[in-house]
Design a binder for this molecule. Structure first.
Ligand code: NCD
Length: 337
């Protein structure tokens, strides 16, 4: 990560043009966003506050501000995605950037080119921000080490998915007014989930009380070392939480035999109406999508009153606008004058 940043007045002026205000106390120092583990509580809060300032843009009839005019964003996705890719594209367009979509299946990678060569060639075309998703944990760090432009991790293997973690935390703060002291359950396939890791790092830094819930094979006790409580009996603790964040069973990453069957998994850990009746009445139910209806969440719960699932998607736009805006500011501040 780079350590120099632009004068904050530039950030404040541009966010003010977008219709909001940002606290004066920070000069954003990082040109890349690769993990939440590497950010401080203050930095995470600063991104959330900046996202709040951008949220208003999406509600206007003209949904654009000039913050990234003349900049080029490349979506470099080596794994499937619907929400995240669309969200980054729209966020970049709302900041007036030019956006290019790169799909691994139709690229020279299928002709044997290495990831390092691919990203260096893409950067040579004058790209300012690379948004990268890859099935290998650590791939976005490799990309960041090989280019000068900004790199944003849109999910690397089981490792982290920082913008999803940020938008989840943003949605919790919006609904509950705070993160400190909030009791949050993250339920399901924690072992294979980059969403779980980013949530856990971000929530712990901001002082939430996090419980990881799932079968022993998917929620090993080792996670206690990351500051979480680990629990294998959902029904025993379900009435304790302000927020329940349900994870998709990562069938593409999962080793066989980690649980007897999807039916059994769903019976023990699926969020049904019957279980929701035993939660706190004002519980917030979340899921990063895509949902396997009837496996981790029943259809009526996903579409019900307590569900924040579509609000998460809406908030993702503001969060990604903030992240691209801040990383670009840090890179611009580090450029020789
Ligand atoms: C998540 C992902 O890809 O990690 N989805 C997303 O970004 N919206 C979660 C998942 O696939 O289960």
């Amino acid at each position: 990560m780079s350590t120099t940043g632009p004068p904050l007045r530039d950030a404040r002026r541009l966010v003010a043009a977008a219709g909001g205000t940002v606290r004066e106390s920070m000069i954003w120092p990082h040109r890349h966003l690769l993990t939440l583990e590497d950010l401080t509580a203050e930095e995470i809060t600063f991104i959330l506050d900046t996202a709040e300032a951008f949220a208003d843009v999406s509600t206007r009839s003209v949904k654009k501000v000039p913050a990234l005019r003349g900049r080029v964003v490349v979506n470099l996705f080596f794994e499937d995605s619907t929400r995240t890719r669309t969200s980054f594209t729209l966020a970049a367009q709302r900041l007036s950037a030019d956006v290019i979509d790169f799909t691994a299946k139709t690229s020279s990678l299928s002709k044997g080119e290495t990831l390092r060569d691919t990203v260096r060639n893409i950067e040579a075309m004058g790209v300012d921000i690379i948004v990268c998703r890859h099935s290998a944990s650590g791939a976005t760090h490799l990309v960041a080490r090989n280019v000068q432009c900004c790199v944003i991790n849109a999910g690397d293997g089981r490792h982290e998915h920082p913008t999803q973690g940020l938008l989840d935390i943003y949605t919790m703060r919006q609904a509950k007014g705070r993160i400190e002291g909030l009791k949050v359950a993250i339920v399901g396939d924690v072992a294979n989930s980059r969403v779980a890791r980013s949530n856990l790092h971000g929530l712990r830094k901001l002082g939430a009380d996090v419980t990881l819930v799932g079968p022993t094979t998917l929620v090993p006790r080792a996670f206690e070392q990351m500051g979480a409580r680990v629990c294998h009996d959902f029904d025993a603790v379900i009435d304790q939480f302000d927020v329940i964040n349900m994870l998709r069973v990562q069938r593409e990453r999962i080793a066989s035999n980690v649980f007897p069957s999807l039916e059994e998994y769903s019976r023990l850990f699926g969020l049904t109406n019957d279980r929701v009746r035993r939660t706190k009445p004002d519980v917030l139910i979340m899921h990063p999508g895509p949902i396997n209806r009837g496996v981790e969440v029943s259809a009526d719960v996903a579409d019900g009153q307590t569900s924040a699932i579509l609000r998460q998607v809406t908030n993702g736009l503001a969060v990604r606008m903030a992240v691209m805006f801040l990383c670009n500011q840090a890179a611009a501040g580090a450029e020789p004058h």
